[in-house]
Design a protein around this ligand. Structure first.
Ligand code: MD6
Ligand code: FE
Length: 202
């Protein structure tokens, strides 16, 4: 199995795991996902829309509105989430193993001004399965904190093609994206960053 380029507070970072050709092929797959299940801006329980736009693939998709965050079996339009592309499943299989497969692939799109506040990923049933994240397009400044809110943090830039595995003792560590660097990658036709997170929800 591949060895991480670096490990930061238990987050295993595989720099350049996807080469440019693999990144382009993946973006083509994701265009199909977005065509079937268009990006939307989730409302937060606090009444403010998130700055990140999102959609999902797989049996479950991530959804949020005034009543809270949850996994939902369908896109807000009522259509089923599209299947997780094979190329995405292959990344998981290479880094985590073939079984179980992820049942949710959350797709986040960061326009130049978008960010994501510090959070834990804790809405899944079994934290023994890692979360795998794939970065595409412009670089994003990823901040890693602690298992409790607050305290000292460490930041690193995630570049197009980097993959991060968050498992083990790091599975419940706070993390977020402070900002992106528009124009740092030519992968996407306009400035922005795509991040995929793969999980086993159920
Ligand atoms: C992002 N990623 O990179 C946001 N979650 O845009 C995440 O929130 C994340 O990168 C769990 C594990 C890895 C991640
Ligand atoms: Fe997260």
């Amino acid at each position: 199995m591949a060895q991480p380029t670096l490990t930061v507070r238990g987050f295993q970072v595989f720099k350049g795991f996807l080469d440019p050709a693999a990144q382009s092929a993946l973006v083509d797959d994701l265009r199909e996902v977005i065509r079937a299940a268009p990006l939307f801006s989730p409302q937060t329980p606090y009444g403010k829309p998130m700055s990140v736009r999102m959609t999902s693939a797989g049996r479950f998709g991530w959804y949020s509105d005034r009543t809270g965050y949850r996994y939902a079996p369908r896109h807000p339009s009522g259509v089923d989430w599209p299947a997780i592309p094979e190329r995405v499943l292959k990344i998981w299989a290479e880094l985590v193993g073939p079984d179980p497969e992820p049942d949710c692939c959350l797709l986040n799109f960061y326009a130049p001004e978008a960010r994501m506040g510090m959070h834990q990923d804790k809405d899944e049933a079994d934290f023994s399965h890692p979360v795998v994240s794939v970065s595409l397009g412009d670089e994003g400044l990823f901040r890693i904190g602690n298992t409790e809110r607050g305290g000292k943090t460490e930041s690193l830039w995630l570049q197009s093609g980097d993959v991060v595995v968050m498992g083990g003792s790091a599975r419940l560590t706070y993390h977020g994206i402070d900002r992106i660097k528009p124009g740092s990658s030519a992968l996407l036709p306009k400035p922005g960053r795509i991040n995929l997170t793969l999980r086993v929800v159920d």
